[in-house]
Ligand binder design. Structure first.
Ligand SMILES: Cc1cc2nc3c(=O)[nH]c(=O)nc-3n(C[C@H](O)[C@H](O)[C@H](O)COP(=O)(O)OP(=O)(O)OC[C@H]3O[C@@H](n4cnc5c(N)ncnc54)[C@H](O)[C@@H]3O)c2cc1C
Ligand code: FES
Length: 255
């Protein structure tokens, strides 16, 4: 069930350059189950900025009734969010959307992420490992300064890092790493910039794949049509990324 709650901020830490790990606590966490779902966050108590910001759920801790988000502070909203401290509360609406189908993973899955698309893959990796699925993580970042959670992913499975400038791991994009890896996995899950999602789905046309799309959002709950995309099903068919997605099977969304 979707809830709106003023959640207590447990911690906010800068874990890489302009990348913040924010943990909040409250009863809304008990509604969270699927990896890949997101929340819609009100970044200020004033009416400006008015629109909430969509941020993925990176880790769920039901025992502590807390969950973690990882976000990049870049525009006005996220830089206001980065100024919040443990003394503040955070107005959260969620959990929203449909996440990654973990039951489709088979025995071995590739988790392919780029930049701020990496966070939801962490909860996904935790849940797949808990089901006995072998996960291989292929993660791309701009530079060494932007890399986060490398060790946490390594603890869950094989982890490969690419940076655009070559300052850490393989130089280039995640596709440079994928070219050198075996094709022996059952399904892939991916989240990141749209060109990366396109490249990944074209690399594996014969595999089962699930892609999480980012789209500018208004309401986050399917009411405003801000996040509409066309699909490959027909010329008049469309989906709403917020309520039909953000995760879709490969080959469905025209981005
Ligand atoms: C389902 C989903 C999950 C996301 N998960 C994460 C995450 O885990 N970590 C993270 O850092 N970012 C995530 N994003 C992107 C994040 O929502 C945007 O970077 C953020 O809204 C930008 O806000 P801003 O205040 O920094 O920028 P501004 O430029 O001030 O934002 C202006 C407006 O544009 C919208 N907007 C700007 N960029 C984007 C974008 N790329 N996607 C959607 N809306 C945008 C904002 O919501 C706002 O309404 C996610 C986006 C979606 C759709
Ligand atoms: S953001 Fe309003 S319909 Fe998707």
């Amino acid at each position: 069930m979707i809830k709106q709650e003023k959640m207590a901020i447990v911690s906010q830490i800068e874990i890489a350059k302009n990348i913040f790990e924010l943990t909040v606590a409250g009863s809304l966490v008990q509604e969270m189950n699927e990896p890949g779902q997101f929340v819609h966050v009100r970044v200020a108590d004033s009416f400006e900025p008015l629109l909430r910001r969509p941020i993925s759920v990176a880790k769920i801790d039901k025992e502590a009734s807390s969950f973690t988000m990882i976000y990049r502070s870049e525009g006005r909203g996220t830089s206001l969010l980065s100024q919040k401290t443990e003394r503040d509360t955070l107005d959260v609406l969620g959990p929203l959307g449909n996440g990654f189908p973990i039951e489709e993973a088979g025995k071995k899955a590739y988790l392919i992420g780029g930049g701020i698309g990496v966070p939801p893959l962490y909860e996904l990796a935790l849940q797949l490992n808990a089901r006995g699925v072998e996960t291989v993580h292929i993660l791309g970042f701009e530079s060494s300064e932007a890399v986060f959670y490398e060790e946490k992913f390594r603890m869950l499975g094989d982890t490969h890092i690419a940076t655009v400038d070559g300052s850490h791991g393989t130089e280039g994009f995640v596709t440079h790493i994928l070219n050198g890896l075996p094709n022996d996995f059952d399904a892939y899950y991916s989240c990141g910039p749209t060109p990366m999602l396109e490249a990944v789905q074209w690399a594996y046309p014969e595999k089962k794949g699930f892609l999480s799309y980012e789209q500018r959002m208004g309401c986050g709950i399917g009411a405003c049509f801000a996040c509409v995309c066309r699909t490959t099903r027909s010329e008049t068919d469309y989906i709403k990324v917020c309520s039909d997605g953000p995760v879709f099977p490969a080959g469905v969304v025209i981005s």
